[in-house]
Design a protein around this ligand. Structure first.
Ligand code: LLP
Length: 439
């Protein structure tokens, strides 16, 4: 079983002395570092990276990249470096974090639908491996920049393959109403523009990303087919043999028992098989593959610990149990109606006796972490652990209500280390300025 098929991190266990992740007692972590606290299990991240590498091992040339938008810190870069992963980055901030972590910038791919001139310049100056060019405006920006700096740059073209994923079904269309990438009908114009005007841009291949929290498998095979069809077309029309393909990320994880994502091996087998078939079907050589999973690498590894504060029983209605975090540290429930699983850490052996709603502390009625969950009788001071908060929780966090962002600890082999320290009130004010005339 791949780790993305479990609700719990790999090292999660209930021992006679309490609940542990990475050999660390969660109550003790909450006491030592305070709450809200994000806890990441290093072993789960390592196991998933290994799973990706092993599952694709039979293919001759694969480079997995971690989609850093899911969770980007310097410690994360250090873990990925050891795993020989590259990075998918989408902003100057992500590029800077990678660079400052001493990451091998040749293993970084820059994505995004509106990269700024400054970001592109930074990418070229830092020697980023690939830029996935998204649109005609970017061709001009990057093309001129490559001439100004006199730098060759390997690029992929991001395409919109016309495959739309939902969680349990998908559709294929000729065109897709998406802000990302070139429509298939625009590829010829893009290539013509690049080869006629900007010879320093080396078109290596195509990039397609299908969506996120995907449970289907056939979509990946269909995407391979779309890419190979374009490879053949580009070879015939321009005499250019593309040698690289980025198939994107998107593999889902198990937030609740309702979720049933495929294993990493299943996805790998589907992609490799599709490449075999398409290589023959279109008479095109097998390319180097890039993968860019985010959620499936870090989602399961991370949990959030919160402390229970106020409790309100609405007469003849719901019981709201308020936690000391919420939509600012994890906006997913309020943004996407995302569902989660939770336990009460200090009452792990008690049976659920009531249905409550775990609410956040932020000033919005929609700030609910889990609606209607069965838990043991909760009291103020209890510690709740919400699972699968490793991806797109902290990375999308904000200072809404001027609440401080939580700390993050990395656990492994009974050791816990801060990888993001808790924000201070002075951090919060560090960008504030008051014009003299107001003083
Ligand atoms: N590659 C590209 C080009 C992407 O846009 C994304 C995610 C990924 C890779 C990684 O996808 P993953 O393996 O993580 O599914 N904030 C949302 C998810 C947004 C995903 C955006 N793009 C959420 O919390 O569910």
């Amino acid at each position: 079983m791949s780790a993305n098929q479990s609700i719990f991190p790999k090292t999660y266990q209930i021992t006679p002395t309490g609940v542990e992740i990475g050999g660390c007692n969660l109550l003790e972590l909450a006491k030592k570092y305070g709450t809200p606290l994000y806890v990441y299990d290093e072993q789960t991240i390592i196991d998933i990276c290994t799973d990706y590498k092993n599952s694709f091992a039979k293919y001759h040339d694969v480079q997995p990249l971690f989609a850093s938008k899911a969770f980007m810190t310097k410690a994360m870069c250090a873990i990925l470096k050891k795993q020989n992963f590259g990075l998918d980055v989408v902003s100057g901030g992500e590029i800077y974090t990678a660079y400052k972590s001493g990451f091998d910038m040749s293993k970084v791919m820059f994505n995004g639908n509106n990269k700024t001139l400054d970001e592109l310049k930074m990418a070229l100056e830092y020697g980023i491996g690939h830029i996935s060019v998204d649109n005609f405006y970017e061709i001009e920006l990057l093309g001129k920049l490559s001439q100004e700096l006199n730098k060759n740059q390997d690029i992929l073209l991001r395409i919109t393959p016309g495959i739309e994923c939902h969680t349990h079904e998908y559709i294929q269309t000729g065109h897709l109403d998406s802000k990302f990438g070139f429509d298939l009908t625009q590829i010829d114009e893009a290539i013509t523009s690049i080869i006629s005007k900007y010879p320093l841009l080396q078109i290596k291949g195509l990039h397609a990303h299908l969506g996120s929290q995907i449970f289907e498998t056939q979509v990946f095979a269909d995407a391979v087919d779309v890419i190979f069809e374009q490879f053949k077309h580009i070879k015939d029309a321009f005499g250019i043999e593309l040698t690289e393909m980025n198939i994107g990320g998107g593999l889902g994880i198990t937030y609740t028992t309702e979720d049933n994502p495929p294993s990493i091996q299943t996805i790998a087998d589907i992609i490799i098989e599709a490449i075999d078939v398409c290589s023959q079907k279109y008479g095109v050589n097998k390319p180097k593959i890039y993968l860019e999973p985010g959620r499936s690498i870090v989602g399961t590894a991370g949990v959030a610990l919160y402390k229970v504060g106020s409790i309100k029983q609405v007469p003849n209605g719901r019981k709201y149990v308020s936690l000391d975090g919420g939509m600012a540290d994890n906006p997913r429930p309020s943004m996407y109606q995302a569902k989660y699983t939770a336990v009460v850490v200090n009452k792990i052996n008690e049976t659920p006796v009531e249905t409550v709603t775990l609410a956040g502390r932020f000033c919005e009625s929609g700030d609910i972490i889990i609606e209607d969950i069965n838990l043991p009788k909760l009291e103020s001071g209890d510690v709740v652990c919400v699972f699968n908060t490793g991806a797109y929780g902290y990375s999308m966090s904000s200072n809404y209500n001027r609440v401080l962002k939580p700390a993050i600890v990395l656990v492994n082999s009974a050791q816990s280390d801060i990888i993001i320290r808790r924000e201070s009130y002075d951090d919060l004010l560090s960008c504030d300025e008051v014009p003299d005339r107001l003083l």
